[in-house]
Design a protein around this ligand. Sequence first.
Ligand code: DGL
Length: 281
Amino acid sequence: MHNYLQKNKQTNIKAIKANAIAIGVMDSGVGGLTVMQHIHRLLPHEHLNYVADSQYAPYGSLSPESITDRCFTIADFLIEQNVKALVVACNTATAASIQLMRAKYALPIIGMEPAVKPAALASKNGIIGVLATVGTLKSAQFAALLTNYGQDIQVHTQGCIGLVECIERGEIHAASTKALIAEYCAPLLEAGADTIVLGCTHYPFVRDVIQGVVGEGVTVIDTGEAVAKHLQATLEVQSLLTSTEEEADVLVWTNNTAAYRDAVIQQLWGDNAVVRRIALR
Ligand code: DGL
């Protein structure tokens, strides 16, 4: 566990040790990095092994069966890397596949869902908006979330087609991204929402743009921090937290072949991630 990754000083390439133990994090693309940032902040000594399935993004346009196929492929890969827990840092994949994943794999699997419950508690006027992928919004899990926590409030949903793709390309501050955000937030503002849920892990990367569009009077909520705390509690209960105080290694695997790939990951994560190409079919 202590030597999860060993630096090869000559090439500066990191070789994976057979006794590797890290936390696996997965998403359709770079969005789950927003969740991993919270994990890294809360658990700075845990090694992190991330898969961005960017070649298949957005999951929102895939069938639930195809999403589950992707989740199994990625989980198999991460388990081969000897991860001790898996975070499905994607609302769409969680909705489509988490139950099937938990039935198939023995390790702890943490999922996520749009923060309807915290938003209902935070809203003063009882009107909330949810920005998410179409896949998440039409899932049975989201319907159950509304049944459980959306009964006494008005919930307005907005599928954000195309926004994941903008973020995948690193177009955080592009005028076209802002225009898309304005278009998607307009119906929620017209409905009077005073609280907006970021129901997709890509969206916190454009949180400032969203806040700028909706104004400071609207509360914007995402679930990354809550997921990190849930992961910490789960690892603690199962005695899986690392006892080392080493600097954590952050490895990002991606099947994105675009030229901008590494620059986008470094832009979104920072400069201390090792980016590796992976051919996950
Ligand atoms: N980050 C994923 C989510 O949370 C994006 C899904 C997609 O690729 O459509 O839903």
